[in-house]
Design a protein around this ligand. Structure first.
Ligand code: GLP
Length: 244
């Protein structure tokens, strides 16, 4: 696990956008795994800016998002589909047919998950996977547990995640209790992984991630077994690591 220290959120966003730009330049029809949450907003803003400046085209790229709240229709203001449209897709030249986000309203969630995994496999797997870091160490919505799942699945969100994500909803009661997330398999098979953590609130988990051994109770630690992972921490997120 390669750790890169950024001076601030802007620099973190530049580093992540540059990694995506480099990947797309080398693989114009490559496959991006995309994340939501507050952390990658600056990365997407920077990608949109670079696209408008003629520096990057996503025309032939295929994307797979990590997760979606279960119970939210695609056009719900807090759906991850809406998030992606607002923060990235409507600002770039991506082909709508190549965008994939789990459905929050699939009647048969298991069948939907199997189909999502098949689509990822048919696309040749993820080339570059962008990840955020949950306050409890989750990746996608793979929550701490005694066992982690390989395939995409329907997950019960932990109280901690529901509380953390309630900042985007009118009240905690409105946060969906379930989500569909890709599993560790698709994430792990990504050729390259870039994980971002920003802000003081992520300092404790970022320090745990760096110091802890591999444990399913901190799903992000599994990334230590992957051959090509870069973790980008801004100053605040790295503040629990005095050696940084
Ligand atoms: C959310 C998402 C994750 C995200 C993480 C961190 O619940 N499911 O994909 O990476 O939590 O979010 P944030 O970047 O807002 O801290």
């Amino acid at each position: 696990m390669n750790i890169v220290y950024a001076s601030d959120y802007d620099e973190l966003s530049q580093i992540a956008a540059q990694a995506i730009q480099d990947y797309v330049r080398e693989h114009p029809d490559g496959v991006l795994g995309l994340a939501t949450g507050d952390t990658p907003i600056g990365t997407y803003r920077e990608l949109a800016r670079r696209h408008q400046a003629g520096e990057i085209s996503l025309r032939s790229v295929t994307t797979f998002n990590l997760d979606e709240y279960y119970g939210l229709p695609a056009d719900h203001p807090q759906s991850y589909r809406t998030y992606m449209t607002e923060h990235l897709f409507r600002h770039v030249d991506i082909d709508g047919d190549r965008i994939h986000i789990p459905s929050g309203v699939a009647a048969d969630a298991d069948a939907h998950c199997r189909e999502y995994d098949r689509k990822i496999a048919d696309a040749g797997g993820i080339g570059l996977q962008l990840l955020g870091l949950g306050g409890n160490g989750h990746i996608g919505f793979n929550e701490p547990d005694v066992e982690l799942k390989e395939g995409s699945h329907l997950v019960q969100l932990s109280d901690e995640t529901i509380r953390a994500n309630s900042r985007n909803f009118a009240s905690v009661d409105e946060v969906p209790r379930q989500a569909i997330t890709v599993g560790l398999g698709a994430i792990f098979r990504a050729r390259k992984i870039v994980m971002l953590a920003s802000g003081k609130a992520k300092a404790p988990i970022a320090a745990q991630l760096v110091r802890s051994g591999v444990t399913t109770q901190i799903p992000a630690t599994l990334l230590k077994l992957h051959p090509d992972v870069t973790v980008v921490l801004d100053k605040e997120a790295a503040s629990g690591l005095p050696e940084a």
